[in-house]
Design a protein around this ligand. Structure first.
Ligand SMILES: Nc1ncnc2c1ncn2[C@@H]1O[C@H](COP(=O)(O)OP(=O)(O)O)[C@@H](O)[C@H]1O
Ligand SMILES: [Mg+2]
Length: 216
């Protein structure tokens, strides 16, 4: 695959969307073709699934049905957006990916991680991120940031702080399994400092491409 697949992960309020936009603008300024996308959603079908997943109206959603819906939205995103963009040599910036399912449903709500991985395997069709930027964020600050931003709490955001703590530790444990692919970024700092670390990590991934092309 010619392009690069860069994923942002972290609990709600960690700054994923903020940093993804800033990184994208910076990369565009440097002349890279960038594709922005988010999970769940990012496609017409995916956005419909997102509505079911995040709307408190559907609170009866069974955990396993929820897991399949996330995986279904992901499968559509991979097939319709991510793979074509990577094949066209673009840099794909994705707000959440498989690790969100593992961290939230697995570590957060206690579903079997192995089962979640099995559900997701066909959805991602072998696609793995070139880089996962894990915005590691202290949960108490998360609640603060979200209430200050006046953003309406969706179904997931209404859940307890203890839950966020488990999710955060889950993310760290996922990153620990594959340290080469993950970059853990301290997100409890001002936006520009966080961005600085992100640019460094992304720079390394992009330099790899340049070096490989130079050698060829
Ligand atoms: N480093 C930061 N310091 C202070 N506030 C921040 C920082 N990054 C983001 N915010 C603010 O916190 C809120 C949540 O950020 P957002 O990027 O939407 O997080 P996420 O997408 O991870 O849920 C927003 O109001 C945003 O402006
Ligand atoms: Mg966001």
């Amino acid at each position: 695959m010619l392009g690069k697949f860069i994923v942002f992960e972290g609990i709600d309020g960690a700054g994923k969307t903020t940093q993804l936009d800033l990184l994208g603008r910076e990369l565009e300024n440097r002349g890279y073709p960038v594709v922005y996308t988010r999970e769940p959603g990012g496609t017409r079908v995916g956005e419909l699934i997102r509505e079911i997943l995040l709307n408190p109206l559907y609170g009866e959603l069974a955990p396993r049905a929820e897991a399949f819906l996330y995986a279904a939205a992901r499968a559509q995103l991979v097939a319709q957006v991510i793979i074509p963009a990577l094949e066209a040599g673009k840099i794909v910036l994705c707000d959440r990916f498989v690790d969100s399912s593992l961290a939230y449903q697995g570590f957060g709500r206690g579903m079997d991680i192995l089962m979640l991985e099995q559900i997701n395997r066909p959805a991602i069709a072998g696609l793995v991120p070139d880089l996962v930027l894990l915005l590691d964020f202290c949960c108490d600050d998360a609640i603060d940031r979200l209430s200050r931003s006046g953003r309406g709490a969706d179904r997931i955001e209404q859940e307890q702080q203890e839950f966020y703590r488990r999710v955060r530790l889950g993310y760290l444990s996922l990153a620990g399994r594959e340290p080469g692919r993950y970059n853990i970024i301290d997100a409890n700092r001002p936006v520009d400092l966080v961005l600085c670390d992100i640019l460094k990590a992304v720079g390394e991934v992009l330099n790899e491409v340049t070096e490989r092309n130079n050698r060829a």
